[in-house]
Design a protein around this ligand. Structure first.
Ligand SMILES: NC(=O)c1ccc[n+]([C@@H]2O[C@H](COP(=O)([O-])OP(=O)(O)OC[C@H]3O[C@@H](n4cnc5c(N)ncnc54)[C@H](O)[C@@H]3O)[C@@H](O)[C@H]2O)c1
Length: 361
C-alpha cells in the first residue's frame, strides 16, 4: 500500500511501514523510547509490533529494543484524562526522558489522543509515533495532529495540536478487535464518505457486514481525511468538515459518559450523523432520500438508543461547550448535498428536538 508522505508526517503501511519506522528511529538516535499501550493493546498488539520491528531489521532491532520502556494504562475513555496524563509524565521524569526522546502510542484513539497530548506537552513537545490498533484509530484518530484529553465530562476540552511524525497502519491489528469496536470505527468512515469530494454513497450500501470493509476502503478513508487536513491543518476553515456528525455526537457521548448508558465514541458519532443529516435536510436542503438512506444504513449496524425529553435537554445544554462555537450558539457543519458541507450553520433548539424525533421514530 502506497505510503502517504507530507511535510509534517508520513503514513506508512504494514511490513514496509516497519522498515520506515526502524529507519526513522535509527536516524534520530533516540536514547529512550516509551511504548504507551492500554492493557488490551499490550496483550493483543505489543508482541506483533515488537516482532515486526525485529523482522524489519534484525541488526538494529536489538539496539532499539534495548532503549524501550513500557507503560500501560487501563483501557477505555475514562483513562483519557488529566490523572492518567500525570501518571505518564511522572513515569517519563522518573525514567529520565529528555526532549530528544520518543513516545510510540500503540493503541486506539484513546491512546493516540492521550499519548499525543502527553508527548506534545512534555518538555514543550517530544516526538511521537502513532500505531493505531482500531479501525477508528486507523481512519481518523491517529491522523491529523489533534491530541487531547477529556475534563469534567467534556470531551477533548483540553488539548493541543501535535503531529505524530509517523503513523504506522498495520491491518493485522484489526484481527483481535471485537465487532462492536470495529463497527464504531465504521461511523467515521461513513462520515468521510458523506463529506468526500467524490462521495460514493453506493459504496456504503454495499457494506453488509463489517468483513466487507476492505483495506482499500480504509485507505480511501485515510486519503479523504488527509486531503482536508493537508489544506487546513489547524482547523481555521475546511477542516471543520471533519466535525460532521460530531457537534451532537460529542454532546451525546459526553452526556452518556456521565450516566451508566455510556456509548463508544463511534456509536455516539453514528447517532450524530443521522441527526445532522436530518438537520441538513431541514436547514440546507439535503435531499430527503439521502437522509433516509443514511439513517437506514447506520441503523443496520448500530442499536437505536432511547432519548427521553430530559436526555435531549441535557445534550442540548452540553452544546455550549462545543469548540466550534465563537459564542453561546452552537455552530453545525451541514450538508447542502453529498460532498458539499457548509460550516457555521446555526440551528434552533426546536429543530434539534425534531431531529431526535426523526432518529427515534
Ligand atoms: N484526535 C482525533 O482526531 C480523533 C478523531 C476521532 C476520535 N478520536 C478519539 O478516539 C477515541 C476513540 O478511539 P477508539 O474507538 O479507537 O477507542 P479506544 O482507543 O478506547 O479502543 C477501543 C477498545 O478497543 C481496545 N483495543 C484497541 N485495539 C485493539 C486491538 N487491536 N485488539 C483488541 N482490542 C483492542 C481498547 O483497549 C479499547 O478497549 C475517543 O477518545 C475519540 O475522542 C480522536
Amino acid at each position: 500500500m502506497k505510503p502517504i508522505k507530507k511535510d509534517r508526517f508520513s503514513i506508512v503501511f504494514n511490513q514496509d511501514g516497519y522498515l520506515e519506522l526502524v529507519d526513522f528511529i535509527k536516524n534520530n538516535d533516540f536514547n529512550k523510547i516509551l511504548i504507551l499501550t492500554d492493557d488490551n493493546t499490550k496483550e493483543n498488539c505489543l508482541d506483533i509490533f515488537l516482532s515486526s520491528i525485529t523482522a524489519a531489521n534484525p541488526e538494529v532491532s536489538n539496539l532499539i529494543i534495548s532503549k524501550l520502556f513500557y507503560y500501560s494504562v487501563k483501557p477505555g475513555e475514562n483513562s483519557k484524562n488529566i490523572d492518567t496524563s500525570i501518571e505518564v509524565w511522572k513515569f517519563l521524569i522518573e525514567k529520565g526522558f529528555k526532549r530528544l526522546d520518543l513516545i510510540i502510542n500503540l493503541g486506539g484513539g484513546m491512546i493516540t489522543d492521550l499519548g499525543g497530548f502527553v508527548a506534545s506537552t512534555f518538555m514543550r513537545g517530544i516526538k511521537f509515533i502513532n500505531v493505531p490498533t482500531t479501525l477508528l484509530g486507523m481512519v481518523d484518530a491517529s491522523i491529523g495532529g489533534k491530541t487531547g484529553i477529556d475534563f469534567r465530562e467534556i470531551k477533548n476540552i483540553i488539548g493541543v495540536f501535535g503531529f505524530a511524525k509517523i503513523v504506522l497502519v498495520d491491518f493485522r491489528f484489526l484481527a483481535t478487535l471485537n465487532k462492536r469496536q470495529k463497527t464504531a470505527g465504521y461511523a467515521e468512515m461513513i462520515k468521510h464518505i458523506l463529506i468526500s469530494k467524490t462521495p460514493e454513497l453506493n459504496k456504503i450500501k454495499k457494506v453488509d457486514y463489517m468483513e466487507d470493509i476492505s483495506h482499500k476502503m480504509i485507505y480511501q478513508s485515510i486519503i479523504t481525511k488527509i486531503s482536508i487536513i493537508d489544506v487546513d491543518p489547524l482547523e481555521s476553515d475546511i477542516r471543520k468538515f471533519l466535525n460532521y456528525g460530531h457537534t451532537l455526537g460529542h454532546a451525546i457521548e459526553s452526556y452518556l459518559l456521565s450516566t451508566d448508558r455510556e456509548l463508544l465514541h463511534g456509536e455516539a458519532i453514528a447517532i450524530g450523523i443521522i441527526l445532522e443529516t436530518y438537520l441538513s435536510y431541514l436547514k440546507t436542503g439535503l435531499d430527503y432520500d439521502i437522509v433516509n438512506d443514511v439513517k437506514k444504513h447506520i441503523n443496520t449496524y448500530f442499536d437505536i438508543i432511547k432519548f427521553s425529553v430530559t436526555d435531549i435537554s441535557e445534550v442540548i445544554n452540553l452544546l455550549k461547550y462545543d469548540k466550534k462555537n465563537s459564542d453561546e450558539k452552537p455552530k453545525f457543519i451541514l450538508l447542502e448535498k453529498l460532498g458539499k458541507p457548509l460550516v457555521n450553520q446555526i440551528v434552533f433548539e426546536k429543530e434539534i428536538r425534531d431531529a431526535f424525533k426523526f432518529y427515534i421514530d
